[in-house]
Structure formats: structure tokens, C-alpha cells
Design a binder for this molecule. Structure first.
Ligand SMILES: C[S@@+](CC[C@H](N)C(=O)[O-])C[C@H]1O[C@@H](n2cnc3c(N)ncnc32)[C@H](O)[C@@H]1O
Length: 233
């Protein structure tokens, strides 16, 4: 799977209106995580796999002078982000890949990513790029719904049609540790809205029936926190 094919797939998601649907689906969990980060004034934050940039804009508004930058491989997603963008928010968006981040070393205080990192073409390279662009002591918050302990998501790889890293909670932790991150911790975050009523459920590729939807919601999202060592160069 090349970045071109990923871009084509997610450009189509954008054309199908799925970027704003994702905000609705992921927004509650993302807001829970972001609220706990203690973002301070003036921080520089990178949002990886930003889609239409909804989380980038939330991050940018967390404290005075915060600058948030979204990166996404799909040009249509970035175009959507720029269209929605407001000049009063310190956020900007770039087309780019996890594996080759077009930023200088130690540029960011934090990296955030919602439902995206498992699409990395080269996960080891992506983790090394995250570490490179983080300042020493900077932190990384990765939130994903697709992980093997959430058994009902196992059908997603087929449904999306693009390769996805199917790793367990323990394997994700190990991958970050192996890439030199410290203070690696995982936790589950459950959507505060619950699964809702079966009568209002609409089947989709990733949620073919209501029981799959309930199982995914019950397992919760996996939040991986990791830091770049303070003494790293
Ligand atoms: C499931 S969407 C999530 C978007 C957004 N974070 C959200 O929660 O609504 C995954 C996003 O990651 C982007 N993406 C996937 N692989 C990527 C890669 N290797 N480099 C950069 N972006 C990538 C896709 O284009 C897509 O917009």
C-alpha cells in the first residue's frame, strides 16, 4: 500500500462526507482525552491524520497562543480543513505523511492523533518521525478504536480496503517503548454517550449490525500516552 493509494481512499471518504461523520463519531472520546492533557499557553501541537481538522481546531483553542498543525495524506481532507478554517483560530493544515514529517527536529511540544496511526505504511518510521519532531520531554497522545483487544473491530481491515496494523494494547505499548519513548501508558476511553437506541442505528461497512456497534463502544478507544525522554537530543 502506497501513500498514493491511501490518499485516493481518504479523498473518497472526504467526497462521501465521511470527514464530518467522523467528527460526530470520534468527537466525544477525543474531547475527553484533550481535556486531560493540561495544554498550556503557547504550545505547538501536531495533529496526525487530521482529516477535516476538527480536532486540530479543538487543540488550538485549548489555551492562549496555542498553535496547532494538522497533517493528512489526503489532499481532499486538507482542502476540507482549509475550507472550514476560521481566521480566529491558530490552526493550519498540510498534506503529508506520518513517515516523512516536513518539520524541523524538536518543533512540537505535543503530538496528538485520533483514529489514524494504524494506517501507517511504515509504523517504525512513523514513530521515529514523531520522536524527531517532538521536543525533549514532549508527549504523544495516540487514540485508536482499531486494536485487537476490541475484537468486534476485526472486520474493519476488510471493510476499509486498506492495510491496517492490527496490534493489541500490549503490542502498541511495546512498539512505542522499542522506539525509545518513555512513560508509555495505555488506557481505555469509553464514549460518554453510550451506544444509543437500536432503533436509531444505521448499518455501515464497519458496523454491519447493532451488536458490533455496541461491542466496539463497550471496548472503548485505546489511548496510548508516550513521552520523548527529557535528555534526548
Ligand atoms: C479514520 S481517519 C481519522 C481522521 C480524524 N483524525 C478523525 O478522527 O476524524 C484517518 C485519517 O488519517 C489519514 N492518514 C492515513 N494514513 C496516513 C499516513 N500514512 N500519513 C498521513 N495521514 C494518513 C487519512 O487520510 C485520514 O484522513
Amino acid at each position: 500500500m502506497t501513500h498514493e493509494l491511501l490518499a485516493k481512499t481518504f479523498d473518497q471518504w472526504s467526497a462521501d462526507g465521511r470527514a464530518s461523520a467522523m467528527e460526530l463519531e470520534h468527537g466525544d472520546v477525543a474531547r475527553q482525552v484533550i481535556a486531560k492533557l493540561g495544554i498550556r499557553a503557547g504550545e505547538q501541537i501536531l495533529d496526525l491524520g487530521c482529516g477535516n481538522g476538527w480536532a486540530t481546531r479543538i487543540l488550538a483553542k485549548m489555551a492562549a497562543g496555542v498553535q496547532a498543525t494538522g497533517v493528512d495524506v489526503a489532499p481532499a481532507m486538507v482542502a476540507e480543513a482549509e475550507k472550514i478554517h476560521s481566521l480566529t483560530i491558530r490552526a493550519r493544515y498540510h498534506v503529508g505523511s506520518f513517515e516523512q514529517l516536513d518539520f524541523p527536529d524538536a518543533r512540537f511540544h505535543r503530538v496528538f492523533s485520533m483514529e489514524a496511526l494504524y494506517y501507517a505504511v511504515d509504523l517504525e518510521r512513523a514513530l521515529s518521525e514523531i520522536a524527531r519532531v517532538l521536543r525533549p520531554g514532549g508527549s504523544c497522545e495516540i487514540v485508536i478504536d482499531f486494536y485487537t483487544d476490541s475484537v468486534a473491530t476485526s472486520c474493519w481491515a476488510k471493510a476499509t480496503g486498506v492495510p491496517m496494523h492490527a496490534l493489541s494494547e500490549a503490542q502498541w505499548k511495546a512498539r512505542f517503548e522499542r522506539s525509545g519513548f518513555v512513560d508509555v501508558a495505555t488506557t481505555r476511553v469509553v464514549d460518554s454517550r453510550g451506544p444509543g437506541e437500536a432503533s436509531r442505528f444505521t448499518p455501515s461497512h464497519c458496523y454491519p449490525d447493532f451488536s458490533t456497534w455496541v461491542a466496539v463502544r463497550s471496548a472503548g478507544s485505546l489511548w496510548i500516552h508516550a513521552s520523548k525522554p527529557k535528555n534526548a537530543s
